[in-house]
Write a protein that binds this ligand. Structure first.
Ligand code: HEC
Ligand code: HEC
Length: 257
């Protein structure tokens, strides 16, 4: 009994020793963390942690929580169901703290100014932009394209801007366009759901699934172009700003309805 209690106490102390970054503000740790960040994290979070495919980490406020321990946890374990991987198998605990030290050293940058009007952007989303024909927000819209319910939280503003005006620049993994020509010569284009050496499963614009074996069709191609049109010409600069303000505001917590 006493032993159980003691073990419990020891675990507790070990836990609280981890709550604060033991390497906070340590110059060598920041330098080392920066090097690790450039190798492992920059492809998604940008070379200076300013964001990209993953969120901007320089703002100093995090969905995962603002405590050292929260950052440690998210880096160690990743975020299930998202592109954020866990690093506990690659970094030891000091390694993770070094990366946390680096992130803290670059945090505090003001959020990029968003001059657009969020409400006007929302109107464009369902109206002129017809974004809902492919995307989903909460319970509304289509499932062909990525669900955007939390996109303001999971992507940086720069990434969102690029998605609107140059959708082919970086296609969301798993959402390539697949074109299939059947033996009868019928052409079916859709968004990838599954794709491997032998088969493909796609969703067409009407949200119908189609599955094919490669040896049962005339051709099966995965294109590097997105199904998403560029809005660089269809929306005015003002409308693009409004759309961006709306997208950046999509952070969950009932903001969409
Ligand atoms: C393949 C892309 C990818 C890589 C590589 C990656 N991340 Fe992430 N990261 C993401 C995405 C996407 C999210 C948002 C997850 C979500 O939906 O909450 C995220 C979230 C985070 C968060 C939480 C932000 C918040 O506001 O809660 C931190 C901190 C973070 N990443 C740090 C790192 C560090 C440090 C590395 C390298 C050791 C790294 N990431 C590597 C994509 C990536
Ligand atoms: C014809 C279907 C279609 C329409 C219309 C469309 N999109 Fe997309 N969109 C896609 C597809 C498919 C992807 C995933 C491939 C890619 O990255 O381009 C995507 C990707 C995105 C992404 C990146 C999502 C992520 O997390 O990586 C954003 C943001 C986005 N679209 C916003 C919009 C907005 C805003 C509109 C309306 C102004 C719109 N889309 C209209 C099909 C569409």
């Amino acid at each position: 009994m006493v032993r159980v209690l003691l073990t419990g106490l020891l675990l507790l102390t070990a836990g609280s020793a981890q709550d604060k970054n033991p390497l906070h503000g340590n110059k060598d740790a920041i330098e080392a963390g920066k090097g690790m960040f450039r190798i492992y994290c920059a492809p998604c979070h940008g070379i200076a942690a300013q964001g990209g495919r993953g969120p901007d980490l320089t703002l100093g406020s995090y969905t995962a929580g603002n405590e050292d321990a929260s950052l440690y946890r998210v880096i160690a374990n990743g975020v299930a169901g998202t592109e954020m991987p866990g690093y506990s198998d690659r970094f030891d605990s000091d390694g993770i703290w070094r990366v946390v030290s680096y992130i803290r050293s670059v945090a505090g940058r003001p959020a990029p100014p968003l001059t657009g009007n969020r409400a006007a952007g929302e109107k464009l989303f369902w109206g002129k932009g017809a974004c809902g024909a492919c995307h989903r927000l909460g319970m509304r819209g289509s499932r062909i394209a990525p669900d955007l319910t939390l996109v303001g939280r999971t992507r940086s503003v720069e990434y969102l801007k690029e998605a609107l005006v140059a959708p082919n620049a970086s296609i969301t993994p798993g959402y390539n366009t697949i074109t299939i020509v059947t033996k009868e010569g019928k052409k079916i284009a859709g968004v990838q759901r599954n794709y491997d050496a032998f088969s493909a499963q796609v969703m067409d614009a009407q949200e119908n699934y189609h599955s094919f074996f490669r040896d049962e069709v005339r051709s099966m191609e995965r294109s590097l172009e997105s199904m998403m049109p560029s809005y660089a010409a269809t929306l005015s600069p003002r409308e693009l700003d409004d759309m961006l303000a709306f997208l950046a505001s999509l952070r969950g917590k009932g903001d969409t309805q």
